[in-house]
Design a protein around this ligand. Structure first.
Ligand code: IPE
Ligand code: IPE
Ligand code: MG
Length: 259
């Protein structure tokens, strides 16, 4: 289990250990070129490959990518079906490459809604790569932050029926082992491409103390240099977790002396 930032103050790190990205702007990338939206999604898959490679190079240990939200079913049926095909094809083609690069694959979200082929590819990909340690790549698919909190609560109460008693208390952190992201520490750095400044039901719980970074770059244009710029911005942030700046600096100095 990873420590909860609202229970234990994490140590300062110069570089992010976990980066979570909302990959937005595929449609606009295609529109700008008078291409169908699917062309943007295809280019977006290439940008995913580049982001995985660049994350490994930057020493990122966990990369979490929002691929399809629980609200994306609202899109036109043909776009949804194209996204499903692309997801299936990417799983089919990329998993072996991920594995040979020492990358562990995880998929989070309500996968029950996907068809059998995708569910089988997910299960096979996760099983094949389960022992890898170089980078954990988590794909959020049919994921919603509210869904996650609700399913975690359901699992928690199933495991702890006594906690339904009227006088029992529930500390927030008790839900964390049941959240879909329990296999990863909380994200240090959140990136959203495409210019919108919103969370769109991504990791609502886990982003409590994450540093947020927004860029106007459209996802297909997001490359290693763009990731580098986001990580550089992260390096300038002071993560206070509710404390004063003086307290943060005193602890950092103590950490340096210990080292
Ligand atoms: C992100 O790009 C990909 C998904 C949501 C699946 P969009 O398709 O949202 O692109 P824009 O925001 O319309 O440009
Ligand atoms: C968020 O992008 C979801 C993904 C990138 C998968 P959207 O394009 O769906 O977000 P909104 O609708 O602009 O908030
Ligand atoms: Mg969008």
């Amino acid at each position: 289990m990873f420590a909860s930032s609202t229970r234990i103050i994490p140590d300062a790190r110069p570089k992010p250990r976990h980066v979570a990205i909302i990959m937005d702007g595929n449609g606009r990338w295609a529109n700008k070129r008078l291409l169908p939206r699917v062309a943007g999604h295809r280019k977006g898959v290439e940008a995913v490959r580049a982001a995985v490679r660049a994350s490994v190079e930057q020493g990122v240990e966990f990369l979490t990518l929002f691929a399809f939200s629980s609200e994306n079913w609202r899109r036109p049926a043909d776009e949804v079906s194209i996204l499903m095909d692309l997801f299936a094809r990417a799983l089919d083609v990329e998993v072996a490459k991920l594995h040979s690069n020492g990358i562990r694959l995880k998929v989070v979200g309500d996968t029950a809604r996907f068809d059998r082929r995708i569910r089988d590819l997910i299960a096979a990909g996760e099983a094949l790569t389960a022992g890898n340690h170089r980078l954990t790549l988590t794909i959020a698919a049919n994921y919603g932050g509210r869904w996650d909190v609700a399913q975690a609560a359901r699992s928690y109460f199933a495991a702890h029926p006594e906690s339904l008693a009227r006088d029992s208390t529930l500390v927030p952190e008790a839900l964390e082992p049941y959240l879909a992201m329990a296999h990863a520490p909380e994200p240090d750095l959140f990136i959203r491409t495409g210019g919108e400044k919103r969370i769109s039901n991504f990791l609502l719980w886990q982003l409590a103390y994450t540093e947020l970074y927004f860029t106007d770059l459209l996802w297909p244009d997001f490359d290693a240099a763009a990731l580098g710029a986001a990580i550089e911005s992260y390096g300038t942030r002071e993560r206070r977790y509710g404390r004063t700046s003086e307290q943060v600096q005193a602890r950092n100095e103590a950490q340096v002396q210990d080292a």
